[in-house]
Design a protein around this ligand. Sequence first.
Ligand SMILES: *Cc1c(COP(=O)(O)O)cnc(C)c1O
Length: 457
Amino acid sequence: MKVPHRLYLTEDQMPTQWYNLRADMKEQPDPMINPATMKPAAVEDLYPVFCTELAKQEMDATTRYIDIPAGILEMYKIYRPSPLIRAYNLEKALGTPAKIYYKFEGNNTSGSHKLNSAIAQAYYAKQQGLTSLTTETGAGQWGTALSEACAYYDIPLTVFMVKCSYNQKPHRRTVMNTFGATVIASPSDTTNAGRAILAEDPANSGSLGCAISEAVEKAVSTEGCRYVLGSVLNQVLLHQSVIGLEAKKAMELLDEYPDVVIGCAGGGSNLGGLIAPFMQDKLTGKAAPRVVAVEPASCPSLTRGKYAYDFCDTGKITPLAKMYTLGCGFKPSPDHAGGLRYHGMSPILSKLYHDGYMEAVSVRQTDVFKAATMFAKYETILPAPESAHAILGAINEALECKKTGEAKTILFGLTGTGYFDMVAYGSYIDGTMSTYVPTDADLQKGFAGLPTIPGIQ
Ligand SMILES: *Cc1c(COP(=O)(O)O)cnc(C)c1O
């Protein structure tokens, strides 16, 4: 069979259920802990922050398949199914016997996979009769995705945007404004969390963790408002499983199965979604694909972090999650892998990594942009810097195949496009881009702030 360059499933081949990976895990991630009681969090503990249906999804470790509501499928169909692409030209340029496939999630205005979960979260909030939502955004993709979803379901949205991105990417802000969202640079003087950080450090350029704290504070102090988060959480990985389910179905139509599945890892949502059905095969003994997370050397939570309970935010308001973390006080350098600069990693992926089901590598920024520009030339898609981590991972696998002569099948996630990252591309092209790698002493500062939990850590 001749594999087409781009395979699009038809609308009726789209998944109608999400897949919940936890249902097939031999051991569950450790439970979230309520920092007020230092006891495992109950679903009710989440209700002040998350809407009810999403709090339930967050805690549900047993329902294997969850129906995607018709109101969500309706919006999914505006930009899905997303194509599975065979990277023929990249393969040729690399001279590799490997077959490289990628699942492209950049086909919507947010330019990333994040819309898959934004839609679900906005939909359930509307169903519950909530009157507003709030969130944080780092590089801007999540804020844009949620703005799109909130516009569609007609819910007002406030986005706390990490200050350095707010200043670096004014057009991102305008896109969010176009969809009707209010955008505030974080740290801001609109919350206690923001004011506390500014009092200590007026020039603070912001971080995802700090923006999360501000958004959570606004949610719990505003009637009818809830907080939504674009990554890390179990519910987000659940929604993102649509990526993997489509990819697996498309590969089945081609009579293909990946030997290795590769994704970039920030908070872990695209990777968790892409690998979900393949990891299911691995957990149930049906197949044994390798799974590789690629993270930036500047923010190496899996490869150099500690597996420990930590807050999901700098303001220490969220429940504690057991995950690979650099410490919620870790300050990543303001480099360009915006969407990957998060101190922690999805508890589900952390557990799988800890138990040996997954590998992780860290890569340097300049190498990432070298891979990004090569990919752009041969595949004509300008990748997001985050996605380019996965591209580099795939290129490295393919070059390994060239050495060994193996014709492996490689699948990677191309999570988005990089049109708002031209400052980063520019600095790569003019040779001023640096690669920051934290020292052990830098990391030690973050670890020193890990919480103490009596009897646990
Ligand atoms: C946010 C983002 C990521 C990283 O987030 P995950 O939750 O780790 O998937 C990767 N790629 C793009 C394009 C993003 O916007």
